[in-house]
Design a protein around this ligand. Structure first.
Ligand code: NAI
Ligand code: MG
Length: 350
């Protein structure tokens, strides 16, 4: 019996609703293979914040470091500022564990029509830089409270940081179609983006000379995502561009409720973190209608990362079949509950 300890942070809103479904699916998926998960469930998030004045305890990072992976639901509550929830929990985990890759697969499903013309079949991955770039702590406010008040925020790109995300994207492109698109804006952002372009081109020339590399301006790339998504396969992008592009892609193919993401430390010096793309959805929380597929798919990505790509593929096949059969939650036009979708995925696995 192989055991994997996983830190489970169900979090806020619909997080605690979709998480149990994913845990049950993962338990069922690994059981026949002599593998067992040990779920270390932590009560961290906005409720914890109300009682303790912080999103998670001071030793949270050490506690999680002793486990093989972090499985996160969602954080965010109308009563706590998003700056607090994001910078008190998600960002510290991503940065302390050097999860510099945010990997977001996007694909279309039979049974869900996309909002794109012609409803094309889509299958692409976005490799988003996850720890630097535009989401930096460098900046501040000046002349507070005066008519001259000003705010500035400094994007921060390091050679080391761009090199390693480009290298990761090169590896993914080599495994897939051999095509790599790099998102840029070197015509408008004239310092950091030419630097990004230069380093991506260097890495591709050295480690992926056989790849077809295209550098595309982010505005044109957004339009292309909508007009010709099948011309895209692996996209490497900075923190901000990757964030926006992946929500655009996920939204276009159906519901944000199915999209997963992995925050990876490819060197495995620290645990990686797996989470759905969606947030805590306070507008539907407590009603048992949240779509659990994003959480379940994130769980499949965790299986893959832990060394079980075949079991991950079985889980993906199971929820793909369930979506195809029309057992879906209201965000996808169905009438199934969160628990019914979870049960259907487990049945499809068996
Ligand atoms: P959201 O993703 O929570 O919701 C956006 C819309 O999508 C809502 O109408 C919601 O009902 C729907 N939706 C989201 N997930 C769904 C699911 N699984 N099934 C069915 N419908 C679903 O984004 P929003 O409203 O901008 O943010 C709400 C809170 O979540 C905020 O506090 C925000 O900061 C936080 N947030 C947290 C994230 C995380 O934990 N990684 C990511 C995004 C937002
Ligand atoms: Mg986002």
């Amino acid at each position: 019996m192989r055991t994997h300890a996983v830190s489970v942070l169900a979090g806020d809103g619909i997080g605690p609703e979709v998480m149990p479904e994913a845990l049950a699916v993962l338990d069922d998926a690994v059981a026949p293979h002599g593998i067992r998960f040990e779920w270390h469930e932590q009560p961290w998030g906005s409720e914890y914040y109300r009682r303790h004045g912080r999103m998670m305890p001071t030793d949270a990072i050490e506690t999680m470091a002793a486990t093989d992976a972090v499985f996160l639901g969602a954080v965010g509550h109308p009563s706590v500022s998003d700056v607090e929830t994001l910078w008190g929990m998600l960002i510290p985990i991503r940065r302390e564990f050097d999860q510099y890759v945010n990997l977001r697969p996007v694909r279309s499903f039979a049974g869900i029509s996309s909002s794109l013309a012609g409803d094309p079949e889509i299958d692409l991955v976005i490799v988003r830089e996850n720890v630097e770039g535009e989401y930096s702590e460098v900046g501040g406010r000046a002349y507070r409270g005066t008519p001259h008040e000003a705010a500035y925020q400094q994007a921060l790109f390091t050679r080391f940081g761009v090199q390693r995300i480009a290298r990761y994207a090169v590896d993914r492109a080599r495994e897939r179609s051999g095509r790599l698109v790099s998102a840029t804006k070197s015509n408008g952002i004239i310092h950091t983006m030419p630097f990004w372009d230069e380093i991506v081109a260097e890495v591709v020339a050295r480690d992926g000379a056989e790849l077809e590399l295209e550098s595309v301006l982010i505005d044109a790339l957004a339009a292309r995502m909508v007009r010709a998504p099948r011309s895209l396969d692996v996209i490497v992008a900075s923190n901000l561009f990757g964030d926006i592009l992946s929500d655009l892609a996920a939204g276009a193919v159906g519901s944000i409720g199915i999209a997963p993401s992995a925050n990876l430390n490819p060197e495995r010096a620290f645990p990686s973190m797996f989470e759905p793309v969606h947030g805590s959805a306070p507008d539907i929380a407590g009603r048992g209608i949240a779509n659990p597929i994003g959480q379940i798919w994130a769980g499949a990505m965790m299986l893959d990362h832990l060394g079980y790509p075949q079991i991950a593929a079985q889980v993906e096949a199971a929820f793909t079949a369930v979506i195809g059969a029309g057992v879906v939650t209201p965000d996808l036009g169905g009438s199934a509950s969160t628990a019914e979708v979870g049960a259907a995925v487990r049945a499809a696995l068996a």
